[in-house]
Write a protein of this length. Structure first.
Length: 203
């Protein structure tokens, strides 16, 4: 199975036909897709001006999409290295982190679904690397009451998602599943209250 770098080389290789170069870019998302595969693909297509079903996109647009993905991947991998080193020191010193923090990292190790978007058509509009930098800053700070990506306070608890943990706080501003460790207990409770009010109004 080809790795991310091998696939990236195929995307850039002008000797490969366009169908293979497009396919290789999509395969890159099996290795790194911050919003999930479908939402990350939709994001790259919309930002770089080719259609999700376009079988012969402009090669320059494919490469630009790859470069955005690579920059974001470099940001996330650097964070993972720093996080692993920090956790090693903390464990040596006898310091434990909250269970939800460790659980979140276990599910997102490698970068898949870091900022999961359950609706593939609803995701942050800015560059992937900027989104991940905002998320990392929030993970390294005290919990707050807003989405770390778009700063919206409109967060709703959603059930029956198609990705583990299956339920959680979703930002209605940018569509990401907000990592629970970055939210205060009050913000999480508020998200659940909004969910209950919405269910009551439907009923």
């Amino acid at each position: 199975m080809a790795g991310f770098r091998s696939l990236a080389r195929q995307v850039r290789d002008p000797r490969c036909d366009l169908a293979l170069r497009r396919y290789s870019l999509r395969k890159c998302l099996e290795r790194f897709a911050p919003y999930g595969h479908r939402a990350t693909w939709d994001h790259l297509c919309s930002r770089h001006g080719f259609g999700p079903e376009d079988r012969s996109p402009d090669p320059a647009r494919l490469v630009a999409a790859l470069e955005e993905l690579e920059e974001a991947r470099a940001v996330w991998l650097a964070y993972e290295v720093a996080f692993a080193e920090r956790r090693k020191r903390e464990k040596h010193d006898g310091l434990r982190r909250p269970g939800s923090f460790d659980d979140w990292h276990r599910r997102t190790w490698g970068g898949f679904g870091v900022a999961w978007c359950d609706d593939p058509a609803v995701h942050p509009k800015g560059p992937l690397a900027g989104v991940l930098r905002a998320l990392i800053a929030a993970l390294e700070s005290e919990p707050g009451g807003h989405c770390p990506v778009c700063t919206s306070s409109r967060i709703v608890w959603k059930q029956d998602m198609v990705h583990e943990p299956w339920c959680g706080p979703v930002c209605t501003g940018c569509g990401i599943l907000v990592p629970q460790p970055v939210l205060t207990d009050e913000a999480l409770a508020q998200a659940r209250r909004v969910r209950r009010r919405e269910l009551a109004s439907v009923g």
